[in-house]
Design a protein around this ligand. Sequence first.
Ligand code: G3P
Length: 207
Amino acid sequence: MKFFIDSADIKEIREVHSLGLIDGVTTNPSLVAKTGRGFNEVVSEICKLVAGPISLETVSLDAEGMVREGEELIRYGKNVVVKVPLTFEGRIKTNVTLCFSPVQALLAAKAGAAYISPFVGRLDDISQSGMEVVEQIVKIYANYHFSTEVLVASIRNPIHVLTAALMGAHVATMPYAVIKQLTQHPLTDVGIERFLKDWEKVPNKFK
Ligand code: G3P
């Protein structure tokens, strides 16, 4: 399973990238706005830093505008995947975002999308199971051998990541905080504490 970071914060991205934890980046207009920085500088830095796929989102709502913006966006780097809120087919790699149902995902796959992004957290927020939608998408794509990858987005916690992995989703994109949470376990902390305590009792340590 590939891990992407869902962020436009270059500090966060640099940290997880230097640890070798991420395969790509997903951004959206809200994440870029949150940085308080200019789109050009933020996106140029990210595309240079991370070799893997970088999803950059269009804001036009009509197909013509999306294609025009997509063509602008791919100038930032060969690793750019254009994120669009609707389906369209073209030569540009697309990440179809804001997906909330399995039939939307079916349409995106039929239209030739490279990625489909179901938003699990936002479905959970309105009392619908986001992971159930992911399960259905994975099954539909397997039934028809679609090559579209399921990119689970709007992840809020490590359980979302675990469930996505068990379901066979191809990618989980998650905020910096969730990536950090994946490394944590209370028994790991207790274990380290115990090892360090015992280590104090060992004589003749390193020369
Ligand atoms: O990048 C899209 C998605 O992951 C946003 O998540 O937490 O704003 O629902 P969230």
